[in-house]
Design a protein around this ligand. Structure first.
Ligand code: FES
Length: 491
C-alpha cells in the first residue's frame, strides 16, 4: 500500500469498529473534531481522534460493551463465528479485492520502472533531480507505516466476522453476527421488519436481495412463486448473510397501525419483586408465535377462566422490554394498579394466583406511545412511578437504533427510593456519554422540567398516572414546547 492512500470507512462501520453509537460519531463530525467526506471517514483520522483504538484497552469500547452485547472483543472471545461457508465466501471476496489491488500495484510498479529508465537515459541535470525525487518518494512509501492501516485491518477482520446489511428504501443498517438470521439481527438492531411466525411458514418476512448473497440456515415450508424466485426473494427468518455486504428491500412497520393485532398464549417464566409494590413478570411466547410490537406499546394480559373464582381476569399493561426480544416479554405490575380495569390482574400477581408455568393470554399491541421515527431531536423521558415500564422499552429501543444524540431520563416517585430499577438507570448513564439520569421526588418534577432549556427542542415522552403527567404536559405546552414534541402515555 502506498503512503498517503486513504482507508475510507462508512460511518456505521467506523462506529461498529469503535463500539460507539453512530450518533456519537456524527456529533464529533458536526463539532469539527473528525473530518468526513460523503458519509465516510478516513481510518487515519479515526485513529487520530481515538488513539486508544486498541480493542481490549479502549475505554469507550469497554464501556459500551456492557450495553451492546455484540461488541467486537466479546464476539472474538465467545467465538461467535459465521458458518464455514460464510467465512469462505467473505475471505474469497477479500482475496479477490487483494488480488485486484496487487494487480494495480504491479502496473504502478511497471510504470515507475519505465519512467525511471527514461529518466536515466535523459542527460539533462533537471532529470537527475526528478530521478532523485522519485527514488526518495518510493523509499518513503515502502518504509513508512501507512496511517490508519491498523484500523483498516480491524475493519477487514470485522467484514469477515459480521455482515453489513443495508435496508431499502429506509436506508437503515444493521450487522449480522455469526450465523444468526437476518430477522433476528434486524430486530436486535431495533428495526421493525414485517414478520409473523418467525419460523419459515407464513412468508410475511419476505425480503428481496438487491445485492450480495443470503443463505438459508433454517428449514421452511413456505413456497415462493416463480416470480418471487426470479426476483431473489428470501425469508428473513430462515436466512443469514453470506456476503460481507448485503442490500435488502424490506417492508418495515413505521407506525402502530402497521402492526397487526395478535393473540398469543405465553407461559409465565419468572415472577420477582422489584420493590414492595412492583412485581416483574416475565412471559415467554412459543417459538412459532412471537409478539410483534413497537417499543412503548401495551397489551392485554388475561388469565383463563377458573384460575381465580372461576372467572376470566384481564388487565392492560405496557410491555417493559424491547421489541428486539420478541419471545421474552417483561411487565412491571404495580400493587393495586392505578388503571382500574387492570387492578384485578395486579391482585392475582400479588396474591400468588399466577405462578411460574401458567398460561397467560396476550393480545394486542395497543397504543401509539412510540418513538417518532423521523425525528432526530434529543429524547427526554419523564417517568412517574411505574410509568417507567414503557419508558424502559423506549430507552432500550432508542439505544439499539442510535435514535438520538442525547437521552435524558427523569424518573419521579412519590415514595423515597420508589425508582425500582436504579442500578439499570445508572448503568445506562455510566455506559453512554450521551445519557443522563435524574431521579427525583414527584413534587420536584414541575420545577425540574421548567428549568430544563433542552425540552424546547427535544421529543418529550411522559408516562405515569394521568393526574401527574397531564398537568406536566399542559405546563410544557404553556412554556412553549410544541405540541407535536410532547407524547403522553395513553392510560
Ligand atoms: S416470519 Fe413467517 S416466514 Fe418468516
Amino acid at each position: 500500500m502506498l503512503a498517503g492512500m486513504s482507508q475510507w470507512l462508512t460511518l456505521s462501520r467506523a462506529a461498529h469498529l469503535l463500539g460507539i453509537s453512530r450518533v456519537a460519531l456524527q456529533k464529533r463530525i458536526r463539532d469539527g473534531e473528525l473530518p468526513s467526506f460523503d458519509g465516510m471517514v478516513d481510518a487515519a483520522d479515526l485513529l487520530r481522534s481515538w488513539p486508544q483504538l486498541d480493542l481490549e484497552d479502549s475505554g469507550s469500547f469497554e464501556k459500551t460493551r456492557a450495553i451492546r452485547e455484540d461488541a467486537f472483543a466479546r464476539r472474538l472471545r465467545e467465538r461467535v463465528l459465521p458458518s464455514q461457508e460464510a467465512l469462505a465466501q467473505r475471505l474469497f471476496t477479500q482475496g479477490q479485492e487483494l488480488a485486484e489491488l496487487q494487480r494495480t500495484l504491479t502496473r504502478y510498479h511497471a510504470l515507475f520502472e519505465a519512467l525511471r529508465a527514461r529518466l536515466d537515459a535523459a542527460p539533462a541535470p533537471a532529470m537527475e533531480d526528478l530521478a532523485r525525487l522519485l527514488d526518495e518518494g518510493l523509499a518513503r512509501a515502502i518504509s513508512e507505516p501507512v496511517a490508519g492501516a491498523d484500523a483498516a485491518a480491524l475493519d477487514a477482520m470485522l467484514r469477515v466476522m459480521s455482515a453489513h446489511v443495508t435496508v431499502k428504501p429506509s436506508g437503515r443498517e444493521f450487522f449480522v453476527e455469526g450465523s444468526e438470521t437476518l430477522l433476528k439481527a434486524a430486530l436486535r438492531a431495533g428495526l421493525s421488519p414485517n414478520y409473523g411466525c418467525g419460523n419459515g411458514n407464513c412468508g410475511l418476512c419476505k425480503a428481496r436481495v438487491v445485492s450480495g448473497e443470503a443463505r438459508t440456515v433454517a428449514p421452511s415450508d413456505y413456497l415462493f412463486s416463480e416470480a418471487e424466485k426470479a426476483q431473489n426473494h428470501v425469508l428473513m427468518c430462515t436466512c443469514t448473510a453470506l456476503s460481507s455486504d448485503l442490500v435488502l428491500e424490506v417492508l418495515e412497520a413505521d407506525a402502530p397501525e402497521d402492526i397487526p393485532e395478535q393473540r398469543i398464549v405465553a407461559k409465565v417464566r419468572r415472577i420477582d419483586a422489584l420493590s414492595a409494590d412492583v412485581m416483574r413478570v416475565h412471559l415467554q411466547t412459543p417459538r412459532s408465535s412471537r409478539l410483534r410490537f413497537l417499543a412503548g406499546q401495551r397489551v392485554t394480559l388475561g388469565i383463563r377462566a377458573g384460575v381465580r373464582d372461576g372467572s376470566d381476569v384481564h388487565g392492560e399493561f405496557p410491555v417493559a422490554s424491547c421489541p428486539c426480544d420478541d419471545r421474552n416479554l417483561i411487565f412491571h405490575i404495580s400493587r393495586g394498579d392505578r388503571r382500574a380495569a387492570s387492578a384485578d390482574f395486579s391482585r392475582c400477581v400479588f396474591d400468588d394466583w399466577i405462578k411460574v408455568g401458567d398460561d397467560v393470554s396476550v393480545w394486542g399491541p395497543w397504543g401509539s406511545f412510540v418513538l417518532e421515527k423521523a425525528s432526530v431531536r434529543p429524547l427526554v423521558f419523564v417517568a412517574v412511578d411505574d410509568g417507567f415500564a414503557p419508558v424502559n422499552s423506549l430507552i432500550e429501543h432508542a439505544i439499539a437504533v442510535d435514535a438520538a444524540e442525547a437521552i435524558t431520563l427523569y424518573w419521579a416517585s412519590a415514595q423515597p427510593g420508589g425508582q425500582y430499577l436504579p442500578n439499570q438507570c445508572r448503568a445506562w448513564a455510566e455506559a453512554l456519554d450521551e445519557f443522563s439520569y435524574r431521579p427525583l421526588a414527584t413534587d420536584e418534577l414541575p420545577a425540574a422540567l421548567a428549568a430544563d432549556p433542552a425540552l424546547a427542542y427535544s421529543e418529550v415522552y411522559l408516562a405515569g398516572a394521568a393526574a401527574v403527567v397531564e398537568p406536566l404536559a399542559a405546563a410544557l405546552l404553556a412554556a412553549g414546547v410544541p405540541a407535536a414534541q410532547i407524547h403522553v402515555e395513553g392510560l
